[in-house]
Design a protein around this ligand. Structure first.
Ligand SMILES: NC(=O)c1ccc[n+]([C@@H]2O[C@H](COP(=O)([O-])OP(=O)(O)OC[C@H]3O[C@@H](n4cnc5c(N)ncnc54)[C@H](OP(=O)(O)O)[C@@H]3O)[C@@H](O)[C@H]2O)c1
Length: 314
């Protein structure tokens, strides 16, 4: 099969399209023919940190069709349309076929395209777990999504609206219209102001790109409010991990999210998508040989939604 293999010494490119053996599923695994795979910051950050999957193939968020099943597979059958986040099971999605435990996959509804399904797992679950689990979002709350333009941000705005919040979102000028169309009640263009100097206070702040000093966020939290750091510079994440407990003394809670793959959560968000309550926002689509371009584009940090690679056509 064709796969994009990571070669740390590769020049000019570390991501190289080459022929490799189709993987064989273990007893609890399925072999999935990949139809689409989306790119995440997780992929390029892992490359930067030298955390390379065993088979040297990145790509965690996949959708496709079950081609063969291991002897011990109970739930999935050949022909099932599936999707999932394989970051905890070796990635491997930048390829024509991938193997992973059946427990990593949810069933893709027929109504949802392979591209939309591949765009969903990591970004939507990060947004969901930030809002619902650490954020404890409640209807009527005033929620700030700081960084609404990318993969996580576009889902966060929609999910916060789904939970009945009043949503203020911060993004660059080019994402203002998109953010508004996703349901945000107030959109702040960060080239003019970023909402942290105003007198408005929030019950919940989800910092998808939270690079401002942590005290600036704390200042605009209501007493008993929750701040959830999702992304930002590495130094900011370290600060949050070191000082989160101290900053949380008193009513305001300041925490860092570590999102986890979860099939129940996957099924929850894909049902919202199937029923039209939320949608995947796809900025650009690439082909498998263009994977390196796709990763470079996302790495620039200003994608307008998700970046998806179409591998097989339906
Ligand atoms: N903690 C976790 O478990 C977890 C899980 C998944 C992802 N993440 C992290 O979450 C972050 C977002 O992931 P993603 O997949 O959504 O990435 P992405 O698609 O690349 O989106 C990044 C977004 O950040 C926005 N941005 C850039 N500079 C900004 C600024 N100064 N102020 C406000 N927004 C700004 C950009 O929008 P504009 O073009 O409008 O600036 C862009 O849309 C990444 O840092 C990623 O590593 C964390």
């Amino acid at each position: 099969m064709k796969a994009v293999v990571f070669n740390k010494n590769g020049k000019p490119d570390k991501l190289v399209l080459q022929e490799v053996e189709i993987p064989i599923p273990l007893e609890n695994e399925v072999l999935v023919k990949v139809y689409a795979v989306s790119v995440n910051a997780y992929d390029y950050r892992s490359m930067q940190l030298g955390i390379v999957p065993k088979k040297k193939i990145f790509g965690a968020d996949v959708s496709g069709v079950v081609e063969t099943v291991g002897n011990n597979v109970k739930k999935l059958r050949i022909g099932d349309e599936v999707f999932g986040d394989l970051s905890a099971s070796g990635s491997g999605g930048f390829a024509e076929y991938v193997t992973a435990p059946e427990s990593a996959f949810g069933i893709k509804p027929a109504k949802v395209s392979f591209e939309d399904a591949a765009a969903t797992p990591m970004a939507a679950l990060t947004a969901l777990q930030a809002l619902r689990d650490l954020g404890q979002i409640q209807p009527g709350q005033h929620v700030l999504i700081y960084g609404s333009g990318g993969g996580v941000g576009t889902f966060a705005v929609q999910l916060a609206k789904y939970y009945g919040a009043e949503v203020t979102a911060v993004c660059s000028p080019k994402n203002v219209e998109q953010t508004r169309s996703l349901g945000a009640d107030h959109v702040i263009d960060y080239s003019k102001s970023d909402g942290l100097n105003s007198s408005t206070k929030f019950d919940l702040i989800v910092a998808v790109n939270g690079n401002r000093p942590l005290m600036d966020y704390k200042r605009v939290l209501k007493s008993n409010g929750n701040f959830v750091l999702v992304g930002g510079a590495f130094s900011q994440i370290i600060r949050m991990l070191l000082f989160g407990k101290i900053l949380s003394i008193g009513g305001k809670k300041m925490r860092f999210l570590s999102a986890k793959p979860d099939v129940k959560d996957l099924e929850f968000v894909i049902q919202l998508m199937e029923s039209g309550k939320i949608k995947a926002v796809i900025d650009r689509q690439y082909s498998l040989p263009e994977t390196s371009e796709a990763v470079k584009y996302l790495k620039q940090g200003h994608a307008q939604g998700k970046v998806v690679i179409s591998v097989h056509q339906q």
